[in-house]
Design a binder for this molecule. Sequence first.
Ligand SMILES: [Zn+2]
Length: 260
Amino acid sequence: MAWKLSSALMLSFAGLLLTTGFTVQPVNKTRKDYEATGDIVWEVPMKEKLIALTFDDGPSPRTTPMILDLLARNEAKATFFVVGKRVEQFPDVIKREALEGHEVANHTYSHIYFNRQVSAVKITDELARTQKMITDLTGQNCQWFRPPGGFFNDKVIYTARKNGYTLVLWSWHQDTKDWSTPGVDKIVNKVLNNLRNGDIVLLHDHINGSLQTVRALEKILPELKKRGYTMVTVTELLRHKKPKTQLSIIEETKRHPIGK
Ligand SMILES: [Zn+2]
């Protein structure tokens, strides 16, 4: 797994692309703008104690089944953002994900970073190849797409929308950085110490042989249950999305100032 930019930096990067690049879209968009149009989901603030665990970069023949066992034991559902070329190698793993009630979503075919050099045709192909495999293997055809590294620009958003996808990123305070193997406790504390209703938690089920995420989940899942949380898919989380009031938009902007 390659490095990732911090979430805040990513948004600045997206803004930079907009101002310097190819696009005819308005520049200097904020997170609020993207949320208002429904083009990107970071989290779904709510009163209910629901949380969406998401796993990127799989499937892995070793760690994904271990994670599925843990999810089953804790009555948790999750969303797996799978990479098409790995689905080709390990199709049975995503079949199991779907059979056990989890959501299988699109994380491109080759885990390419969609910078501004990548064409709309390439983006469309990366999404379509993976989606066909997911649908053929699982019968699911969900609309969520997570761009590798969290890279996006308006070409990515427009191409995704044109093909029926919505970008799903993650709560900025729930970026566990488990891909960098920071230690089990760091992953556990990141999730549990920052918990808010409606969070989307970023985890990985394929990290070059590391079991840190699995070990962290052994602690996180029972604790979430103990605190009264239900772990649901992104689709289920979004079913609880409330129409925004002006006040809630202002509050949210305060919580997530532009570029912070
Ligand atoms: Zn990834």
